[in-house]
Design a protein around this ligand. Structure first.
Ligand code: K1U
Ligand code: ZN
Length: 167
């Protein structure tokens, strides 16, 4: 297993659109293992393959209190959404920034598991937020892009300053 490097916003590779996984095989399973290890080490509650510079439709999520309920979604698709919720979000690609984003409250997702079998999950609350956040990564979208242009400009300046000071 390995801890993978997480791309940092505004790295343009975060805007790459992920391709479908053609076949779930040992390479996919190894990627998922490494992504899970990277997510737990960060620590985080989700990770998309895009964030580790692999542009395939794979996400991992664990919103359990004990961090022992890994959920894996390969080629996820949203079948339906309902309701709305405003929640504070963070992102391992934008460390230290937390902002409120409006999302659907409930989502029904269809995906493949590690055996390549299709499953459907109804998620709500924070799990639904995480799934939507990670699926955005697969479409090349980072959560800060929901903010106003003014907030995004200020955020980029803040991150630039922070990185300059870290050198
Ligand atoms: O996609 C990512 O960068 C992971 C992100 C997932 C996420 C968090 C909150 C709302 C929506 C999506 C994170 O995990 S950020 C870190 C975080 O929220 C956290 C870290 C440790 C314990 C609990 C939460
Ligand atoms: Zn993120």
């Amino acid at each position: 297993m390995a801890i993978l490097q997480i791309l940092q916003y505004p790295d343009t590779r975060l805007h790459t659109i992920a391709k479908k996984v053609a076949q779930v095989n040992d390479v996919t399973r190894k990627l998922v293992k490494n992504m899970a290890e990277t997510m737990y080490a960060a620590p985080g509650v989700g990770l998309a393959a895009t964030q580790v510079d692999v542009h395939e439709q794979v996400i991992v999520v664990d919103v359990s209190e004990e961090h022992n309920q890994l959920q894996v979604f390969i080629n996820p698709e949203i079948l339906s959404i309902s309701g709305e919720q405003d929640g504070e979000e963070g992102c391992l690609s934008v460390p230290g920034i937390y902002e409120t984003v409006r999302r659907a409250d409930k989502v029904t997702v269809q995906a493949l598991n590690l055996n390549g079998e299709s499953f459907t999950l109804e998620a709500e609350g924070f799990l639904a937020v995480c799934i939507q956040h990670e699926m955005d990564h697969l479409r090349g979208k980072v959560f800060v892009e929901y903010l106003s242009q003014l907030k995004q400009t200020r955020l980029r300046a803040k991150l630039k300053k922070r990185r300059r000071e870290a050198l």
